[in-house]
Design a protein around this ligand. Structure first.
Ligand code: HGY
Ligand code: MN
Ligand code: MN
Length: 593
């Protein structure tokens, strides 16, 4: 093969790479994986590369399939992060450490970095690795690098080893972006939109730099108004905030009578939650509409983007409240529900400026829609472990939630004989062990007690009451119901045996929602067109899509989470590259309809 010069900036790097000889390809990929050419060598078997995303996945897959010894050698090939240029750094590492501002660390930061690194290497036996450009790709500050180093010290070796591999692939990704001059412009903007919206947070959380946006709080209303302005700025034709606080943007089709595709997700959050749960599914379609509007393009169908006002069920017991209004399942009884401070929902709505009388108008006529698609962070570790940026959801697990009150007898902790107590917490503890054991039994069921409280408890009083929540889920309704039956039966048995009473209140029951086959296939075609492998997976988390499922076809796309996909936690994160791929997938889906 004649010697081929590396691709010119105008060339498509993948076309060049697919035609290059092995030695030229390895030459071009030199330095992507620190001192480890074997990674690129192994990845070449996946040629022809369908896209840069496919190449990145092939490289990661080559490491996944390598032996542990090879993976460990790859990790150990990385330099220890230093606050000053170390001898022998590769050009890429030099550039990255400079970008992170590590060399401008203060003496205190430099000392701590050295100390933490020494502890880290002693503890794990390999160097701490972090993609210093961070999830936004613009570079982490020395302080945030130190914070990650402190935090990750508490990982188990297995979890930390996998996190180092993820960081290595993220480093490779940013190096390949540079080499291919492929920068996730829209992904970066959408990443910034999340930062912007996260400025609004409820009192008690905002002061601690935490994110909590519960239904109808001031922060929640500010989010709605910000999203409304954002949709207007993106060029939506109509934007409104409806009577329950949904922010709805419509982008007209090329012909007036064409149907609409609905998409969107929620903007409320759990307490001290992540910035991307829900919001990613709002901002991705917004970015796509903005590009359509800028190009003056219209699609064969209209797009209706709904920023749902309430999905998490944090402030009031009702959950999926906002999407329920669209499907005609809004229960007027919910309006009388009180929050922890005794504020009724209807009063909070009035306070927010929403007209309760207009709630009925929100209901949609499903015949006007092609269906509903939702983009959402995975909120789990599957895509992280597969080094895949996108996943196809096959079904959303069914769920049922309860609030439970066990009532025993408060009595003196010092004088009440152990065999004469009616200890509400003891009942809870005995039952909770069974809850975990019974849920594990199914393999793919889950059961969680997320809230637990001894009302008016005292240190020297046997608990006379114990209040808690119960959340149970399974891939289908029959399995969910069997799980709930057994767990509640055990509660009944223990209370009977010990002579205590209990009250149950069912607050949510959501059926499992299998994806519509043709909409799922459209997601698969879009992801395949990006050159990525197709991974189909269920959703353990509930989503607005399961509500829309009751009236129209729906299907979801998952986006990989960072930090092993953790969610409902401030560590929830995703990268601007993965956001870009979600935008590209959604854009392909709507253009291919
Ligand atoms: O709980 C859930 O699955 C969702 O995040 N509300
Ligand atoms: Mn959530
Ligand atoms: Mn969510």
């Amino acid at each position: 093969m004649t010697s081929m010069p590396p691709p010119a900036p105008s060339d498509d790097p993948m076309t060049w790479l697919n035609q290059a000889s092995e030695s030229q390809a390895l030459d071009w990929l030199h330095g992507i994986y620190e001192h480890s050419p074997w990674v690129a060598q192994a990845a070449l078997q996946h040629r022809p590369f369908r896209s840069l995303a496919h190449l990145k996945w092939a490289l990661a897959e080559s490491v996944t399939r390598a032996s542990h010894a090879q993976q460990l050698a790859l990790v150990k090939a990385h330099p220890v992060l230093a606050a000053k240029p170390a001898v022998g750094l590769t050009t890429e590492s030099q550039q990255e450490q400079r970008l992170a501002g590590l060399w401008q660390s203060t003496p205190a930061q430099a000392n701590e970095l050295k100390q933490l690194n020494d502890n880290y290497v002693k503890h794990f036996g390999w160097p701490f690795i972090i993609a210093v450009r961070g999830p936004r790709g613009l570079g982490l500050s020395p302080e945030s690098i130190l914070a990650e180093l402190r935090r990750r010290m508490s990982h188990s070796p297995a979890i930390e080893f996998h996190e180092c591999l993820r960081q290595i692939h993220r480093i490779a990704e940013t190096r390949l972006n540079e080499k291919c001059q492929s920068h996730p412009q829209l992904g970066g903007e959408v990443w910034d939109w999340h930062e912007w919206l996260a400025q609004f947070s409820d009192p008690g959380f905002a002061e601690q730099g935490q994110l909590s946006v519960s239904y109808l709080t001031t922060a929640h209303v500010l989010c709605a108004q910000t999203l409304r302005l954002g949709m207007l700025a993106c060029g939506f034709d109509d934007v409104e905030i409806d009577a329950v606080g949904n922010v709805v943007g419509r982008y007209h089709p090329e012909t007036d009578d064409a149907p609409y595709l609905m998409t969107g997700s929620h903007y409320d959050t759990v307490r001290n939650g992540g910035k991307y749960d829900g919001r990613l599914g709002i901002f991705v379609p917004m970015a796509c509409v903005r590009e359509l509007a800028r190009q003056g393009k219209r699609l064969r169908m209209g797009l209706e983007v709904v920023a749902f006002a309430e999905e998490e069920g944090q402030r009031y017991k009702a959950t999926f409240l906002a999407s329920s209004a669209l499907t005609g399942e809004f229960d007027p009884q919910w309006l009388t529900q009180e929050d922890a401070n005794g504020v009724r929902m209807k009063d909070a709505m009035k306070q927010a400026g929403y007209r309760v009388a207009d709630i009925d108008r929100i209901r949609r006529d499903p015949s006007q829609y092609l269906g509903f698609v939702e983009i959402h962070v995975e909120q789990g570790p599957v895509l992280h472990h597969m080094h895949l940026p996108l996943g196809i959801v096959t079904s959303i697990n069914g769920s049922v939630r309860y609030l439970v009150k066990i009532t025993g007898t408060a009595s003196h902790a010092g004088t009440s004989p152990m065999n004469q107590r009616q200890d509400a917490v003891a009942v809870f503890a005995q039952w909770a062990v069974y809850v975990e054991q019974r849920a594990r039994q199914d393999g793919d069921s889950v059961a969680t007690v997320g809230m637990l409280n001894v009302p008016q408890g005292s240190i020297n009083v046997v608990p006379g009451a114990c209040h808690f929540s119960l959340d149970m889920r399974a891939p289908n309704d029959a399995q969910r119901d069997a799980l709930a039956h057994d767990i509640l039966q055990r509660l009944r048995d223990i209370c009977t045996e010990r002579g205590l009473l209990y009250q149950l209140e069912e607050t949510v029951r959501a059926s499992a929602a299998p994806s519509d086959a043709s909409l799922q296939r459209r997601w698969e075609q879009a992801v395949a067109e990006l050159g990525l492998p197709i991974h189909r997976m269920p959703s353990g988390a509930g989503h607005d899509a399961m509500k829309l499922h009751t009236v129209m076809p729906q299907a979801m796309l998952f986006v990989r989470g960072e930090n092993a996909g953790i969610s409902h936690n401030p560590l929830e994160s995703t990268t601007c590259n993965d956001m870009q791929l979600a935008i590209d997938a959604f854009s392909l889906l709507v253009h291919r309809f």
